[in-house]
Design a protein around this ligand. Structure first.
Ligand code: A2P
Length: 276
């Protein structure tokens, strides 16, 4: 079974979840069901992914008790204004077919738009209403988080950012940790780029596991929450099968040394998609 991490409000989150970014909508329901079969109990979606409905259908079809499934979704960039954020959250619940989510995040800070503290106020109201068991942010740099901490009353439970061996995110992770914020890693496999790394291959063969399992294990041993994405059923299962071995300190150090500050996605300061 997948270990859980305790958030700063006492809510427990499974440390490994199924990422749904870019999954083909027509296949999403079945793939999420595959993930539940493989033991996943945590699904990460977003308004921007346009697959909340299919994720919700899978949760319903799984027959799992609601309190055994952890569902995260995220506020679309277009809706940072207070009333827009509240309305967008209501639409997410409708799409998902749920009466609460486990975690609701601001997807991107959009510093040029300048409304993320206002959006945070809306998330605080949603949290107070009980319709989100926890609230947090995504792609926030320490400077953005500092403003939220200054102007808000609830400390974000998580900060979900791009993290993998080529992008260690030391500063963001240190800031998160100093404030009791759990770091969640998106694109934990660097969209597949790190899987071809010779150092990862050596560690993998020594443990008799795959490169993907080594990289996911590295994340988990650092204490982050991870969401490997895969549209391939065998890989979905493989990616959750990482709790039967452990990397030693030398392995961890060797993988840490792969850092080269390489992003596969947008930088938080320049991401500015605001389409609906
Ligand atoms: P696929 O969907 O064809 O299985 P990230 O989570 O870092 O964004 O990486 C996702 C990419 O990594 C996808 O292209 C996915 O391909 C691939 N991937 C996911 N799991 C594995 C695995 N266990 N082995 C090889 N490639 C994988």
């Amino acid at each position: 079974t997948i270990p859980r991490v305790t958030l700063n409000n006492g809510v427990q989150i499974p440390q490994l979840g199924y990422g749904t970014y870019k999954l083909p909508p027509a296949e999403t329901r079945d793939l999420v069901l595959r993930a539940f079969d493989a033991g996943y109990r945590h699904v990460d979606t977003a308004q921007m992914y346009r697959n909340e409905r299919e994720v919700g259908l899978a949760v319903a079809a799984s027959g799992l008790p609601r309190d055994e499934v952890f569902v995260t979704t995220k506020l679309n960039n277009a809706f940072h204004a207070h009333d827009d954020a509240l309305a967008a959250f209501d639409r997410s619940l409708t799409e998902l077919g749920l009466d609460f989510v486990d975690l609701f995040l601001i997807h991107w800070p959009l510093p040029a738009v300048g409304l993320y503290t206002q959006a945070w106020g809306a998330l605080e109201e949603i949290y107070a209403s009980g319709r989100a068991r926890a609230i947090g942010v995504s792609n926030f740099q320490p400077s953005h988080l500092a403003r939220v901490l200054e102007t808000g009353t609830v400390v974000p439970a998580v900060n979900q950012v791009e993290v993998h061996p080529y992008l260690r995110q030391d500063e963001v992770r240190a800031f998160d940790a100093a404030h009791g914020i759990v770091t969640e890693a998106w694109s934990p496999l660097g969209r597949g780029t790190v899987l071809a790394d010779p150092v990862v291959a050596v560690v993998a063969s020594r443990h008799g596991v795959t490169p993907a399992q080594v990289v996911l294990r590295w994340h988990v041993q650092r204490g982050d929450v991870v969401f490997p994405k895969s549209a391939t059923p065998s890989r979905i299962a493989q990616n959750a099968d990482i709790f039967g071995f452990a990397l030693d300190d030398d392995d961890m150090v060797a993988i840490d040394a792969l850092h080269r500050d390489e992003r596969t996605g947008s930088h938080p300061d320049t991401e500015n998609r605001t389409g609906r």
